[in-house]
Design a protein around this ligand. Structure first.
Ligand code: T46
Length: 137
């Protein structure tokens, strides 16, 4: 459900030498981290995402720059603008997401609950909606 997708305010240690933020599995985020990946050198105007995950939990962080994430659970939609490296967007399973409006130099880091598995993806929106509706019957 889209209501479960929330911004998590991560700890921020302010320091004149530069700030520090950390993320601890199970403490700040409701899953254990098995994989970290990041998007970078994203050309202006590019769109990423365009899929949902069956079981994967994720925390998405704008490490640098900014971008928009559009979320859709098959009933409701919302858009979140990511532009702070101490905010993480928790995305639960069964959420269609699209990402765009990447600023120049944007880096998007994702902490994920499992290893890469193409079988966990819905890459077809109609199939995703079908399965959302099936689960509700
Ligand atoms: C997501 C958004 C935010 C791998 O081999 N290993 C990996 O861990 C990942 C994430 C991808 N790949 C391969 C699969 C594709 O051949 O890299 C290629 C590009 O992946 P994709 O088109 O899924 O990339 P995005 O940026 O559209 O989506 C990614 C994640 O796949 C997805 O989980 O939520 O970032």
């Amino acid at each position: 459900m889209i209501e479960n997708c929330k911004i998590i305010d991560l700890p921020k240690i302010n320091d004149p030498r530069g700030n520090l933020t950390f993320v601890e599995s199970g403490r700040h985020i409701p899953f254990d981290i098995r994989r970290v990946y990041y998007l970078y050198d994203v050309p202006g105007g590019a769109e990423r995402g365009g899929h949902a995950h069956k079981a994967l939990h994720q925390l998405i962080i704008a490490m640098s720059g900014s971008f928009d994430i559009h979320l859709d659970d098959g009933h409701s939609k919302k858009t979140v603008h990511m532009n702070r490296s101490y905010y993480g967007l928790y995305v639960c399973p069964m959420i269609w997401r699209e990402m765009d409006n990447f600023s120049s130099g944007a880096v998007c880091m994702v902490l994920a609950s499992n290893y890469y598995d193409e079988a966990d993806y819905y890459r077809d929106y109609d199939q995703f909606i079908n399965d959302v509706q099936k689960a509700e019957k």
